[in-house]
Design a protein around this ligand. Structure first.
Ligand code: PLP
Length: 465
């Protein structure tokens, strides 16, 4: 057989209806950038001859790709890949209609219940006691020594023993991810991550021109064999992952899986960026990659999910060899993080405010997840009993967009699953809910019941063929 196109490796080894194998191979290749908008697919007769199948199989396969919105055909022009329909980021909150809408699509609406922990435990009037002159006049990109030390104290308590010199103060977790992309890769470099990932990573990678490639996941997170295959195929050297309470699925990677993933990373010389913003929600979280392999891991976290996102304070813990690059990236993005915020958060860490808030958020989250368990069975929703999110599966009768609109018409905002796709996924019929976003447990329960009945209804319009 003549050589197969790049986007169709292992044709003989793939099982299933041939036209679907073809359509899936094209979909995956559009998702990971091997096929780009404008690329022309081979003439149907040529491909049929090459693959030793009927032309009608190719016609059906191309038809399926067009149905998925990834290609178009023109008379005389053949079949070409068109720009991906996938959005790079969630819609701006500027377009959200407030008033009556319960917004479960983001973690923190304006009056989130869990941020009350700060009011209960901190005396914010002491802010006036800050040494404001000193804070206003000193600029160090990686953060002031006392703020780095407070960050290290917190990370050490979470199971990552480190000192202030290991730590860089960032303007939140999203900023940490952005710095890692900027410092550790160049435009055009492929970055690997879970096939479903936090949409903030997607928008940052898109903005900086780094194609994301999704690695297959199972219930335990990244699958080592697939990671190995993606490393071999792409030569990528940077892996972003959230092994502890993965957003959006809630998966927690057990220790043995972490060891297996590390082995693959060592073999291919891959650096890991570990996004661990949800670790504090678990009492018994397995050790972080950054604890198991500190020399190849940058640890990213923030206090946003504990005391609120508005502080805009997070921490990176990085090996010495990478600190300079990260400091340069930090300078290039914000010069430094806000020292006044960092000072207040340092006090919250040292005076036990953060620890008390952790306990409170954990308790509230578990109570809310118990409500989810009452309404949705494990086969209807992927989630962790201590996690922030619910990955709600829709039947194939719903498109994500139709479901999101129908839910919104009932006063509930949910995030479409496509926002979380690192590359285009075949048959991702899911939406994400944030349990802590409802104003109270009773509002959450009402929304969950409403969504449950909606999942089982038929959409009013737009049935999938
Ligand atoms: C997995 C993950 N990483 C990072 C972030 C960003 O956190 P921050 O608010 O600190 O920027 C989020 C926020 O939702 C998240 O879910």
């Amino acid at each position: 057989m003549a050589e197969l196109p790049d986007w169709l490796p292992k044709w003989d080894l793939l099982s299933g209806p041939r036209y679907l194998v073809l359509a899936d191979a094209i979909t995956i290749s559009v998702g990971n950038g091997v096929l780009r908008p404008g690329d022309k697919l081979p003439a149907q007769r040529d491909l049929a001859r090459l693959l030793q199948v009927n032309v009608s199989t190719i016609t059906r396969g191309y038809g399926e790709v067009m149905r998925r919105g990834l290609a178009s055909a023109s008379a005389g022009g053949g079949t070409r890949i068109i720009a991906r329909q996938q959005e790079d980021a969630p819609r701006s909150l500027a377009s959200v209609k407030f008033g009556g809408l319960v917004d479960l699509s983001h973690n923190f609406p304006p009056t989130a219940p869990c941020t009350g922990a700060v009011e209960a435990h901190a005396d914010l009037t002491r802010v006036s006691g800050l040494e404001i002159r000193r804070l206003l006049s000193t600029q160090v990109d990686v953060g002031l020594p006392q703020h780095r030390a407070a960050g290290a104290e917190w990370l050490t308590r979470l199971g990552l023993p480190c000192s202030g010199t290991d730590v860089i103060v960032t303007s939140g977790g999203q900023h940490g991810l952005l710095l890692c992309i900027g410092a550790l890769s160049r435009p055009g470099d492929t970055i690997m991550t879970e096939e479903l990932c936090f949409y903030g990573l997607r928008s940052a990678a898109a903005m900086l021109g780094r194609p994301l490639t999704g690695v297959r996941m199972d219930r335990e997170g990244l699958v080592p064999d697939y990671l190995d295959a993606v490393c071999s195929r792409t030569g990528a050297k940077l892996l972003f992952c959230s092994p502890t309470l993965h957003n959006p699925t809630g998966a927690v990677m057990p220790l043995q899986r972490r060891i297996d993933i590390l082995r693959v990373c060592e073999h291919h010389g891959v650096t890991i960026v570990e996004d661990d913003v949800y670790r504090y929600l678990l009492d018994d979280a397995p050790p972080a990659f950054a604890a198991l392999a500190p020399e190849r891991t940058i640890y990213v976290t923030s206090v946003s999910k504990i005391i609120g996102p508005a502080w805009r304070i997070g921490y990176l813990c990085a090996p010495p060899s990478m600190r300079n690059q990260l400091g340069v990236a930090l300078r290039a993005s914000t010069l430094m993080s806000c020292s006044i915020s960092a000072e207040i958060v340092s006090r919250f860490i040292q005076e036990g405010v953060v620890e008390a808030a952790e306990r409170e958020v954990r308790k509230e989250t578990m109570a809310r997840q118990a409500l989810v368990a009452k309404v949705f069975s494990p086969s209807e929703a992927a989630r962790h009993p201590s996690g922030f999110h619910v990955w709600l599966k829709l039947g194939p009768h719903w498109t994500q967009d139709a479901f999101v609109s129908a839910a919104e018409a009932r006063g509930i905002a949910v995030a479409p699953g496509s926002l979380f796709e690192a590359g285009l996924l075949v048959d991702n019929h899911s939406v994400r809910l944030c349990v802590n976003a409802a104003q109270s447990q009773s509002v959450l329960l009402r929304c969950l019941r409403e969504l449950k009945s909606l999942v089982h209804e038929r959409p009013a319009t737009k049935l999938i063929a």
